[in-house]
Design a protein around this ligand. Structure first.
Ligand code: CA
Ligand code: CA
Ligand code: CA
Ligand code: CA
Length: 250
């Protein structure tokens, strides 16, 4: 009987502990064209399906990122509810004739190019629709030595990401490299856990079967002693013998 009860407890625990999951997203091209200083990029991920799971962690990784020179620099990375177009898109925030570029301006915050003309003076639509929810993920500088950069989202950023995905099943990352960053690939990894630990039908069936087996065993043992299970249990309980009686059972 003890074994049976232990099995039941184990089944109940398994039912509530469905496996955590991991989802990895990579832009195309994976290195976002080596993050050119003259550009701003958006990477929109569409049709996101996390299987109903809740996001518990998010990390953005950039492999072997390094600055092309040692001038002052900043990489601005934003999390957006959406972007105008799916996949990777780019926009000129500095004239390609300017080399080296010395302007360091977060162009997701500064609206100088949001009104239909880019830094070349060419008619060009800004990457993000007006009024789109947008938060800064991080802004950081890099040297000329390659590093494997990993950024972990804060709890507030994870909550924002969850809300952005819930709105239209999409989200976007915005990159404004204000210097030129060689790199070997960018990826976003989400870790998730079940939103509500609901036992699967198969597990429920097993628990039901085990309960039925337990009840049948109690009835059989009671029958051997000429008592109904209820009578025997209540008389043992009165005598305080439930715990003493158990070890003799299989
Ligand atoms: Ca730029
Ligand atoms: Ca800029
Ligand atoms: Ca969205
Ligand atoms: Ca590259």
């Amino acid at each position: 009987m003890r074994n049976l009860i232990a099995s039941l407890l184990l089944l109940a625990a398994l039912a509530g502990a469905a496996a955590a999951d991991t989802f990895t997203f990579t832009p195309n091209p994976a290195d976002l064209y080596d993050l050119d200083h003259h550009m701003v990029y958006t990477w929109r991920v569409s049709n996101v399906n996390l299987g109903g799971q809740t996001i518990t962690g998010a990390t953005l990784s950039i492999k072997n990122i390094r600055n092309w020179d040692s001038n002052p620099n900043m990489l601005f990375v934003h999390l957006l509810d959406t972007a105008r177009r799916s996949g990777v898109r780019s926009f000129y925030d500095d004239n390609p004739g300017n080399v080296p570029v010395t302007d360091i301006t977060d162009d997701f915050v500064n609206t100088r190019w949001h009104n239909g003309t880019d830094a070349r003076g060419v008619s060009s639509t800004w990457l993000v629709p007006p009024g789109t929810a947008d938060i800064l993920l991080f802004a950081t500088s890099f040297g000329t030595t390659p590093v494997d950069f990993v950024y972990s989202f804060t709890a507030a950023q994870i909550a924002a990401l969850s809300a952005f995905i819930a709105n239209g099943r999409n989200f976007a990352l915005g990159f404004d490299p204000d210097c030129h960053y060689w790199n070997d690939g960018i990826s976003l990894t989400l870790t998730t856990s079940p939103s509500a630990p609901v036992p699967e039908p198969g597990t429920l069936g097993l628990i039901g079967f085990a309960l039925a087996a337990l009840w049948a065993m109690v009835r059989r043992r009671a029958g051997q002693r000429g008592q109904t299970p209820i009578t025997r249990f209540s008389s043992e309980a009165r005598r305080g013998q439930i715990s003493k009686a158990s070890p003799t059972m299989p």
